[in-house]
Design a protein around this ligand. Structure first.
Ligand code: 4NP
Length: 149
């Protein structure tokens, strides 16, 4: 059975599509399934933000084919680990959990690495530099996750 990992942010167009693509690039698709979703439903069906596509492309990762979807309570059953990008995403996910087992699947992505920053900042209203910072944070965390898997 594959290990199933879900990356979650608010919009599912900036941070979690990057997390999906980056972790996929570091893991074997025959063993690990990675997906992403957003707790908000503003961009359902859209491709990732052009700035996320660009920064991923810069590092050789293609995420343009991804399609935005909303996080569903069913995801608790379908995934082994659910990574939230920030505390607000974490609270929004936990609010939909039915029991302790579901809650225990949810972690902050940056809890996987030893740095002071515990949240991947929302880059939506930033310039391109924000996307570079976000890429680097997510990349470090995904490297640590891939090593553990
Ligand atoms: P994300 O960024 O949660 O990293 O995908 C955002 C994208 C869109 C919005 C907020 C955050 N929005 O409000 O539309």
């Amino acid at each position: 059975m594959k290990t199933r990992i879900l990356m979650v942010c608010l919009g599912n167009i900036c941070r979690s599509p990057l997390a999906e693509g980056i972790l996929q690039s570091k893991t074997n698709p025959e063993k690990i399934f990675v997906d992403s979703a957003g707790t908000g439903g503003y961009h359902i069906g859209n491709m990732p933000d052009i700035r996320s596509i660009a920064v991923a492309q810069k590092y050789g990762i293609d995420i343009h084919q991804q399609k935005c979807r909303k996080f569903s309570p069913k995801d608790f059953e379908n995934f082994d680990v659910i990574y939230a990008m920030d505390n607000s995403n974490y609270s929004n996910i936990i609010a939909l959990a039915k029991n302790k087992e579901e809650i225990s699947k949810v972690k902050l992505l940056l809890s996987e690495i030893n740095i002071e920053t515990k949240e991947v900042p929302d880059p939506y209203y930033d310039k391109d530099e924000g996307f570079e910072i976000v890429f680097q944070l997510i990349d470090k965390a995904c490297e640590a996750i891939a090593k553990k898997l």
